[in-house]
Design a binder for this molecule. Sequence first.
Ligand SMILES: [Cu+2]
Length: 145
Amino acid sequence: MNHPLTVRGERAAPATRRFAALQLAPLALVVLAILVTACSSSAGTNPSVDPAAADVTVVSRDVAFDQDTITIAAGSAWSLQLVNEDSALHNVAIYTDESAGESLFAGELISSTTIVYQVPALEPGLYFFRCDLHPEMNGTLVVEG
Ligand SMILES: [Cu+2]
């Protein structure tokens, strides 16, 4: 009487492939966790402010600001509205100069939404603003006394 079942050879290749996939899984989870954290931390933490009341509005689109010069008055706090039309995270941060060595204000990073920053009063002069994630997005802040 013949055995209808025969023992097959080992399947080494599929097992190896599965192992490689398992090695990548933790990395994918870490990346996902960072993305989720970044998105959730930027949503809805700013108290609602009437956008029409913002002193200055800047739009970010296609990883660029719509203007390279912002002008405001010295001596009083002011509001800066960022309308981020990109899914990429952007912010507006203000520094004393282009070296970006001394931060004066760092706006919260946002994605696909609008935020109104409350910026402290500045002395008259020329300052530097940029997106901290995309330093090529930058311009000059003119504070008029
Ligand atoms: Cu950016």
